[in-house]
Design a protein around this ligand. Sequence first.
Ligand SMILES: Cc1cc2nc3c(=O)[nH]c(=O)nc-3n(C[C@H](O)[C@H](O)[C@H](O)COP(=O)(O)OP(=O)(O)OC[C@H]3O[C@@H](n4cnc5c(N)ncnc54)[C@H](O)[C@@H]3O)c2cc1C
Length: 387
Amino acid sequence: MNFNLSEEVRAIQDMARKFVQNEITPRMAEDDANHAFQEDLVKEMGRLGFFGCPIPEEYGGSGLGFLAHAVVTEEVSKVGGSLRAAFNMQTMGTAREIYQFGTEEQKRKYVPKLASAEYLGCIGITEPNAGTDVAALKTRADKKGDMYVLNGSKTWITYAQVADVGVVYAYTDPTQKHKGLSAFIVDLHSDGVSTGPTAGKMGWNACPTGQIYFDDVRVPAENLLGGEEGKGFKCVMGSLDNTRLTAASGGVGMSQGLIDASIKYAQEREQFGKPIGTFQMVQEELARMIVETEAARLLTYRCAAQKDEGNLNNSLETNMAKFYAADVSSRVADGALRILGAYGYSTEYPVERLLRDAKVNQILEGSANILKMIIATDALGYRKANK
Ligand SMILES: Cc1cc2nc3c(=O)[nH]c(=O)nc-3n(C[C@H](O)[C@H](O)[C@H](O)COP(=O)(O)OP(=O)(O)OC[C@H]3O[C@@H](n4cnc5c(N)ncnc54)[C@H](O)[C@@H]3O)c2cc1C
């Protein structure tokens, strides 16, 4: 498998690296401390084409592909998780999902505006009693003439309070279990939509997370994703196969950010008259961090390259990449904290933020348990992951 990046991909990777250095890094700590949503940065990333890689040019993207999406996400994630969230809110969970599952009219209407961040997007799956068990959600969409009427609530929704449109999952026929689940493109400025923040959270602080309430919200029937009822489960699973690639890339980027901070510190900090980088135990920690991150990167690039080859249903390889990259980012954050000592615990350095942000990698877009279950049941022959 060839992971050589084309000239165009290297150019956007370089642009992302410079954007991180010049625009994001100088204000990241302050925005995180103030819980300030970095809307201007999201909009600018949209204008620069960061969200359009896996979207064809015809629909407002660059068509550079999934590997390009992975490397750009990786660059932006080096400073934390708050902005990496945008790669799923604007691309994988919304624009790319509408591109894959939507009608021609839906694609033309929404994909370019999400990819350019003219519209902010969100993904409405989780509910108070439906986390991992997606089929347990209770939101209803009842057909009334040429409208669906939405009732229910969503929780833990990234961008809930700021999004213009959401891909929202609701039952059109709850008697059919997951076969009665449908997906809708919902205008979140519609009458009957209200939002509120979730309780305070540990990380991703420069990115809002909230609840969305639907109270008799009228959604035009033409906004039923793909124009067919009962396709919601297929759409959500297809979408997770893409959002997990972003999550894996996020894990790799955070790990690399932690390694970079650790190397710099280990070269500068002196104890016993020498840089701490000369101590073998610090070197052992660093070597482990580097090798695990490189392994996570290879799994992530393999997953992306397979998708670029047209294998979009590579759930097994996607789940491996997401599980491993998430786990590694947590371990690398522990290692970085050990190398920086008290300064790793201080808000003066990026390590404490990256550690808090890395933790969520093991929860959202498929918890570690679920990903391990998919990998093991495939190996045991109980249930094939790649359909
Ligand atoms: C910061 C943040 C942002 C989020 N953004 C979004 C968003 O934009 N849109 C959205 O829809 N959701 C979002 N979520 C929700 C996220 O997707 C859920 O948290 C996730 O699906 C897990 O659900 P849960 O937290 O309710 O855990 P639960 O499903 O209650 O699981 C709790 C624990 O039990 C384990 N468990 C559950 N079932 C099994 C099983 N069958 N076998 C073994 N172990 C099991 C899980 O692995 C986990 O360890 C976000 C969450 C966070 C923290």
